[in-house]
Design a protein around this ligand. Structure first.
Ligand code: C2E
Ligand code: MG
Ligand code: MG
Ligand code: MG
Length: 276
């Protein structure tokens, strides 16, 4: 609460706070229009089997072409979309679009779609996933849902029931950003994830930080023992890839192999890579 340089006039917001609030309002107003104006795209980042180097699929990553701002990263609007009640619609669009694209790829390739923690708890996710599969005709086993540890924060029966319901559709469930949230080790006992994605923050320090290597080794080893596929995110160097291979990590994703790209570029990537 700041006192303004006038007599007795009180303002709750400093000019700086006021500016931020205006920016946020503008962002929210633009976000509300983005879907109907067709400003969202999905970028696809290849995922590869580390041993064979063959493409196993792609992660669909949301991009917003905000007029006057260019491409906006999801990190700067997913949170807002959750707060203002837009995440279900946006998430539903991403599911529909990803399935629609993936059905055009060779049949052994999967598409991974991110599901935010708020989206997970809202009613309608199950129906949304089922509808995306039905509309596109994509085989359910080719769709993978990436959820973060945030979903498991509310360690409730409902969470577990929802995970099982989604799985009953035949889709795969991956745990994203593993190791960055609150400990979800307990959850690995209750729900059998199909994949664990080791967060980029660990992969980044491979080769320079002995602790990062120990953590990656532990996660890969644990995944193997539990029969869960391991994926390392954000692989940027050959050295990182080699270390991951020596630890037995199964799948990789990162700039070294391919950046997130348009659907057309991904189709081209598949042809050139000969993994079709
Ligand atoms: P994420 O799911 O963990 O996605 C991985 C992020 O790492 C992506 O950032 C990707 O572009 C980036 N990345 C991949 N490889 C590398 C690398 O080698 N180096 C570096 N520096 N970065 C790499 P992006 O696309 O900005 O997405 C950020 C986050 O936004 C995602 O993290 C995900 O949590 C969220 N997100 C993206 N699309 C969606 C969506 O459709 N729905 C929801 N709910 N969240 C989404
Ligand atoms: Mg992800
Ligand atoms: Mg991740
Ligand atoms: Mg992330």
């Amino acid at each position: 609460q700041a006192k303004e340089s006038g007599r007795g006039r009180w303002s709750f917001f400093s000019p700086e706070m006021n500016r931020k609030l205006m920016e946020r309002r503008a962002l929210e107003a633009d976000l509300r229009k983005a879907l109907s104006e067709g400003q969202f795209r999905l970028a696809y980042q290849p995922q590869l089997d580390l041993k064979t180097k063959r493409v196993t699929g792609a992660e669909a990553l949301l991009r917003w072409q905000r007029p006057g701002y260019g491409n906006v990263s999801p990190d700067s609007f997913i949170g807002l979309a959750e707060e203002v009640g837009l995440i279900a619609q946006i998430g539903n669009w991403a599911l529909q679009e990803a399935c629609r694209q993936a059905v055009t790829w060779p049949g052994h390739l999967r598409v991974a779609v991110n599901v935010s923690a708020v989206q997970f708890r809202l009613p309608g996710l199950y129906e949304s996933v089922a509808a995306a599969l039905a509309t596109s005709g994509l085989h359910p086993g080719r769709l993978e849902l990436e959820i973060t540890e945030g979903v498991l924060l509310s360690d409730t029966v409902e969470t577990l029931v929802m995970l099982e319901r989604l799985r009953s559709l035949g889709v795969k469930i991956a745990m994203d950003d593993f190791g960055t949230g609150y400990s979800s080790l307990g959850y690995l006992q209750k729900f059998r994830f199909d994949k664990i994605k080791i967060d980029r923050s660990f992969v980044r320090h491979l080769g320079e930080n002995i602790d990062a290597e120990a953590i990656v080794r532990a996660v890969v080893g644990m995944s193997r023992t539990l029969g869960i596929r391991s994926n390392a995110e954000g692989v940027e160097s050959q050295e990182q890839a080699d270390l991951l291979a020596s630890e037995g990590c199964m799948e990789v994703q990162g700039y070294l192999f391919g950046k997130p790209m348009t659907a057309d570029d991904f189709a081209e990537f598949l042809k050139v890579g000969g993994s079709g």
